[in-house]
Design a protein around this ligand. Structure first.
Ligand code: SIN
Length: 506
């Protein structure tokens, strides 16, 4: 069965919902829900510089956290348009936490020079943002559909003209003048992640097949503090950075402060620095976790601000109020992704990408805390505006299907990527990973894993969340971004080219 709409948006996290909402009044949109992605799990909040805070300070913090590797023009769009998007979210009914005087409560997280993170439900910001956007979208009457994307439809001229959806009962083709990927990151390609299991890089694999390029795939961010439950795989409970923002500190298993003397912001250094320090500490001590100590923070602050974290702790029998809790890093966010322009357009006509699946350059080599919900809000709106102003013409020529492959042994792929392309990497390990992935098939996890390994092998320096122990320092010979495309046979990702730094392109 085939039906036709103007735009199909794949993914119902903050980026997909924002895109669909922005298009609701002007285009016939279908929102394809493929699982709610990471948005409902986001704890910390949304960064927004307003009032006495200056968006340019936010831009500076974003670029410092991103190791100077950000696209300055897109960062500017992010920080300048962000407060307006947050205000609209409030108008849509989002209930952010407020102070006694009615002003928005703002907290501090790693890498920020001042408290500018608005939050909801204490540490349940993602769930509230998701709820507010969903109910705003429901009021517009936009059609939604639940299923699994199994492919894209491409015209002879190379444009994307539709999607193939497995609804459980059948595979349905939906024709569209534009398809927007809002499918999130790659969490499920690693053993342990803060992402739900539906987040496995399908959008990235499909974009590659369509002829798009990926960029900055080596920059996989690990959240420093994920609750150590004894489990080492699957979706693990986040312990938001905001706990450190309220005064908690990291200690090694002997009780010594980890971040003292390592960075001027100590426990609130950018998260790549904190994650690396924890990894090194665990390696040195032969431990599987470190401690997060919030016992000096007032109990009523912890109760009010962190109900989700407290509940996760209670499930493993630890009490954030009175004792140190065990934490360790886990995969959290992909800073790179499908290369897009500032309005979400990929290099393939008719194919757009937004949110974590996209690489707009706003995260550079390491995303600043609480810039991800913000990215979804800002760039979701930008894509919607672009497609309102200018929608590709319907391509009525012959078409072919680009089908998503199946991963034969997902656990093996996760094990390889975790072992060789985690926080610490080196050339020998990455070469071993490439060999071992040789027989992993051509499913989305295998494609994502090969893309990360190819980019991490090529980048022979360390910056942001890409840390090569055999090339431990930034090296300006590697100031270019690394792009990955499918090889000529159309089966395996390979390095396609280096392109100049964003700043140099201006
Ligand atoms: C956190 O709350 O620490 C995570 C927020 C983020 O990933 O930006």
């Amino acid at each position: 069965m085939t039906r036709a709409v103007d735009v199909v948006v794949i993914g119902s996290g903050v980026a997909g919902l924002s895109t669909a909402l922005g298009l609701a009044a002007t285009r016939e949109v279908l929102l394809l829900s493929v699982g709610d992605g990471s948005t409902p799990w986001a704890q910390g909040g949304v960064s927004a510089a307003y009032g006495e805070d200056d968006p340019l300070d936010h831009a500076h913090d974003t670029d410092v956290a991103g190791a100077g590797f950000c696209d300055p023009r897109n960062v500017r769009a992010l920080v300048e348009e962000g407060p307006q998007r947050v205000a609209e979210l409030i108008a849509h009914g989002a209930r952010f936490d407020r102070n006694a005087d009615g002003s928005l409560s703002r907290t501090l997280e790693g890498g920020h020079s001042r408290p500018r993170i608005v939050h909801a439900g204490g540490d349940a910001t993602g769930a509230e943002v998701h709820r507010a956007l969903r109910s705003a979208l429901e009021r517009t009457g936009v059609r939604t559909m639940t299923g699994r994307t199994v492919g894209l439809v491409q015209s002879e001229s190379g444009s994307i003209v539709g999607v193939l959806v497995d609804t459980g009962a059948q595979t349905e083709q939906i024709d569209a003048r534009a398809v927007v990927l809002a499918t999130g990151g790659i969490g499920n390609a690693y053993l342990a992640s803060t992402n739900p299991s539906t987040v496995r890089g399908d959008g990235i694999a499909l974009a590659l097949q369509a002829g798009a390029s990926l960029v900055d795939m080596e920059f996989v961010q690990f959240h420093p503090t994920v609750l150590y439950t004894g489990e080492t795989s699957g979706q693990l409970p986040l312990v938001t950075e905001a706990v450190r923002g309220e005064g908690a500190v990291l200690r090694d298993i002997h009780g010594r402060r980890i971040m003292d003397g390592l960075h001027p912001r100590a426990d609130l250094a950018p998260r790549d620095i904190v994650a690396r320090a924890i990894e090194s500490t665990m390696r040195r001590d032969g431990s599987n976790h470190v401690w997060l100590d919030a016992t000096a923070v007032a109990p009523d602050v912890l109760r009010r601000r962190f109900p989700t974290v407290l509940a996760s702790c209670a499930r493993i029998g630890v009490d954030l109020l009175t004792e140190q809790i065990p934490v360790a890093p886990a995969e959290h966010f992909l800073c790179g992704g499908v290369r897009t322009d500032r309005n979400g357009a990929t290099e393939v006509p008719g194919l757009y990408a937004v949110g974590e699946v996209a690489a707009t350059g706003v995260h550079g080599a390491n995303r600043l805390a609480s810039n991800s919900l913000l990215e979804g809000l800002v760039f979701g709106r930008r894509v919607a505006t672009a497609l309102t102003l200018d929608l590709p013409a319907r391509d009525r020529g012959r078409t072919h299907e680009l089908a998503l492959g199946e991963d034969r042994d997902p656990e093996r792929i996760r094990t390889i990527l975790t072992k060789y392309a985690g926080i610490r990497r080196d050339g020998a390990g990455l070469n071993a990973a490439a060999d071992e992935l040789g027989s992993a098939g051509t499913g989305p996890l295998a494609t994502v894993a090969r893309s990360v390994v190819a980019a991490a092998t090529a980048r022979q320096d360390s910056r942001g969340c890409h840390w090569r122990s055999d090339h431990p320092h930034p090296d300006d010979r590697w100031d270019d971004h690394i792009a990955v495309r499918l090889d000529e046979a159309g089966t395996s990702p390979e390095i396609s080219n280096m392109f100049l730094s964003y700043a140099a392109q201006k």
